[in-house]
Ligand binder design. Structure first.
Ligand SMILES: Cc1ncc(COP(=O)(O)O)c(C=O)c1O
Ligand SMILES: [Zn+2]
Length: 417
């Protein structure tokens, strides 16, 4: 390998020089970044990390970055929260929440993928970057394009949550709303990437983009004290993140940084868009595409690019996939907030609700170490839960008014019993 990493076809294994492409020209399968692990093993030491800041760039050698790479900003480095109250509620012992709801700069794990994609965009000489997005990716592209001096043009389904659109617009990105669902948007973006010299992070830069997700997995292992968990529960849209967490764990084993250990991968979807969980549950060789209809719009990808790989990984790891209804998503968002003080978006509700279901099904055992990936922030999808919390009437700034208020609340509570 002339460089320590290059592109390789995930099916036929053909290698390609680093370039803005995402499909093998021989067999049309997706490409991924492959590393020369023998060289990495000689040069990278776990001890080297000690003096580095706790963010995703501490794993720089295991990412597709240029030799002269300088960390552009702080991304990742999110908390792994021991979730004792939620664990007790669910009747299990060792539960952790990987909280990318507070990932910088745009409050979802998509900041990680955009970070590595924009390094590739600069390397290949793009001045305009963009994406097809269910919301969070557009936020992350817009924020980091502004930070790093790119023009940004993002493509979204027209019906996205207003907060997701605002969280893109504020950074000065051009937003193109498409009358259609994510799969229509994505198809258009493939044509745009061919015609315009733009770096579309999840289209022609996809192999470099998806590598950023590995840092979610590296951090989990490091925060567990350089150990792998028994189970991870991961939300799935395109099905990329779950595979990259597996790749991260695998690389840590290759480098000898963690002891090898079987990890079960569990995938989470909303029932209203569940092609991958459906494929796992029905033991299909290939998933059947769906037309999404769910409040979990960030996960609403009916024809997931990495779906077949996600199904294979879940099956081979001994894990499982599940999906939950929209009302169950809302209940899970409330449960996470009211036990652990974490306000997650609908995708996090999906993951938490599915974790609960898997525990009830006894697929996740109480004594095992389980990590649940919370990947986005609740302030971006308030419309999904706003009707749960009607605004109460205001009272006068007087003690008697407060006492009257308490009495009326008591009367309401008693009447409700
Ligand atoms: C908050 C959130 N979590 C999870 C995902 C799923 O990621 P992937 O497409 O890699 O499966 C997305 C994708 O948009 C997302 O926005
Ligand atoms: Zn191929």
């Amino acid at each position: 390998m002339p460089e320590i990493f290059q592109l390789r076809c995930r099916e036929c294994g053909k290698s390609f020089e680093n370039s803005p492409r995402s499909f093998c020209e021989e067999c049309f399968s997706p490409l991924e970044v492959a590393y020369d692990y023998d060289s990495l093993k000689k040069t990278v030491r776990r001890e080297n990390l000690a003096g580095r800041d706790f963010n995703m760039w501490r794993y720089a050698e295991m990412l597709p970055l240029n030799k002269d790479f300088v960390a552009p900003n702080s991304v990742g480095g999110t908390p792994l929260v021991p979730a004792r109250k939620l664990a007790a509620h669910w009747g299990i012992e060792n539960l952790y929440l990987k909280n990318d709801a507070v990932c910088f700069p745009s409050l979802s794990f998509k900041d990680r993928v955009v970070s590595t994609a924009l390094v590739a965009a600069r390397r290949f000489g793009f001045t305009t970057v963009g994406c097809s997005s269910t919301g969070n990716l557009a936020n992350a592209v817009a924020a980091q394009a502004a930070q790093r001096g790119f023009d940004a043009c993002v493509f979204i389904p027209a019906d996205l949550e207003p907060a997701k659109i605002l969280n893109t617009a504020v950074y000065g990105a051009r937003i193109v709303r498409i009358n259609g669902n994510y799969d229509h948007v994505n198809r258009l973006c493939a044509q745009i990437a061919d015609k315009f010299a733009w770096g579309l992070v999840n289209v022609n830069l996809r192999p470099y983009y998806s590598e950023g997700s590995k840092t979610h997995g590296f951090e989990i292992a490091e925060q567990l004290g350089w150990r792998l968990p028994d189970n991870v529960v991961v939300p799935m849209a395109g099905g990329s993140l779950i595979g990259k967490i597996a790749k991260a764990f695998h690389e840590l084993v290759i480098l000898g940084w963690v002891e090898p250990k079987p990890v079960k991968f569990f995938g989470a979807q909303a029932t209203g868009c569940s092609p991958i969980s459906d494929g796992v549950k029905r033991n299909l060789a290939r998933f059947e595409p769906q037309k999404p209809n769910t409040i979990a719009r960030s996960l609403a990808i009916g024809n997931p690019a990495d779906g077949p790989f996600a199904i294979k990984l879940i099956r081979e790891s001994g894990g499982w996939a599940e999906d939950i209804s929209d009302p169950e998503i809302v209940e899970a968002i409330k449960l996470l907030a009211q036990t652990e003080g974490i306000f997650t978006e609908t995708a996090g509700g999906v993951t938490a609700g599915v974790a609960q279901k898997l525990i009830q099904q006894e697929r996740i055992r109480p004594e095992e170490t389980t990590v649940v990936s919370i990947t986005g922030n609740g302030l971006k999808t308030t419309d999904a839960i706003v009707s749960e919390f009607p605004v109460t009437e205001a009272i006068a700034p007087r003690l008697d008014a407060f006492e009257a208020y308490l009495e009326s609340q008591f009367a309401v509570a008693t009447a409700a019993k």
